[in-house]
Every structure is written in C-alpha cells, then in structure tokens.
Design a protein around this ligand. Structure first.
Ligand code: ASP
Length: 206
C-alpha cells in the first residue's frame, strides 16, 4: 500500500515485489497441512469421476460445492478506529481444486473486500465467482451512499436478494462509519465474532 502506486499486483510480479520489499521467503513445504492435502486429493478424485459420463452423480462443480459446505481458512475482518476510519481485510486460500491462475473475490476491491470511510467496511467469504459478478462488497457501500440505507438494510438487500439471485453461497461482515455491525450469509452458518467499545462481545456460528 505504501511502496507502490499500484492497487493490485498478481503472480510472479507480486512475488518479486514482495521479495524486493523484504517479505520472508519459505519453502512450499512450510504450508503443508495433511488435512487440506487430503481434501485436495478427494476433490481431484471427484473431478476425475466427473470426467466420466455420469454427470447425474458427480458434476465438475462438486468439488467447489463441497468446499462451500466445509470451508476452512478464510479470515475476514472489518474494523473502525476511534477516529471513525474504516478498514477491511480478507485472507483466503481460495477454493480447493481451483484452476491454475484463478483469482477469487477476496483480493478484488469491491468484490470480496471494500472499505470507505463515508459508508462501511465489508469482508466476504464464499464461492468468489458470484461475489465478483455481483460486486457484492462495493454494492453494500453504494446502497448506503446513494439510497441512504442503513448498513443492516443494505447488507440484507445485497446478500439475501442480489447474491441469492446469483445463486451465491457465502456471506459477509460489515461495520459502518458509526460502528454498527451487520452480518448476513446465505449458507447455513458462518463463523463470526465482534466486539465494540462498550464491551459487547458476540460469537456465533449459526
Ligand atoms: N471467497 C474465496 C474465494 O472464492 C473463498 C473463501 O471464502 O475463502 O476464493
């Protein structure tokens, strides 16, 4: 953010830039997790099955859908500081068995991640394709700014109406410029927690 005029770098260029700026380099084995490896093998296996003719049993999207149900690893956060500054961050491993070079919604500002001091900060999780198609994160902010909706109403409209209509699976966490929290999801549950300056703490799954 501070060392380049650009907003988004990807692939080799992003790696190179990271190394030039002192980001620690580790061997790929550092990231190995048996459980995730097993998940990938299973997903690969299912894709192989899907290449067979029985589309009714397992389609090529099975791996993605299954991943939607048992997702691991996404960490999203939104925060407002004491001066009313808003920020959002989203960390993800993407989807299991995704195609090489696939870019999800998480790093795309306006799709899975967005913050604007005039409206709200948003961080999303779920199958990124629909979040990209619907520019879900910035749409929540736009509704607040142009339709003067509350964070809760805007988040409800975008997630429960627009995202659902796109058959999107996932949800988002939102905090507005006065510290109101809004959370919506189209899945059966979403791990989430928040706390405010009054000491209110909420932790929930369903
Ligand atoms: N939204 C991410 C993606 O599609 C997945 C996640 O929720 O972590 O890449």
């Amino acid at each position: 953010m501070h060392k380049s005029e650009h907003v988004l770098l990807s692939g080799l260029g992003a790696e190179e830039f990271a190394f030039q700026n002192g980001v620690q380099r580790v061997d790929s084995t550092y990231f190995f997790v048996q459980r995730r490896w097993d998940q990938l093998q299973e997903a690969l296996e299912e894709d192989k099955v899907s290449l067979d003719h029985d589309g009714s049993k397992k389609s090529s999207s099975t791996a993605l859908n299954k991943q939607d149900e048992g997702k691991y690893g996404t960490v999203g956060c939104v925060a407002m500081d004491r001066y009313g500054n808003l920020c959002s961050g989203t960390s993800t491993g993407g989807l299991t068995n995704k195609k090489y070079g696939r870019i999800g919604d998480s790093p795309l500002i306006g799709a899975g991640t967005f913050a604007n001091n005039q409206s709200c900060a948003v961080s999303c999780t779920g199958r990124g394709e629909e979040f990209i198609r619907g520019t879900i994160a910035s749409d929540i902010s736009a509704r607040m700014m142009y339709l003067h909706e509350s964070a809760q109403d805007a988040t409800f409209q975008v997630v429960q109406k627009k995202l659902k209509a796109l058959k999107g699976r996932g949800g988002c966490i939102v905090v507005d410029a006065t510290g109101n929290v809004a959370i919506e999801y189209t899945t059966s549950g979403m791990f989430r927690a928040y706390r405010d300056a009054q000491g209110r703490r909420v932790i929930a799954i369903y």
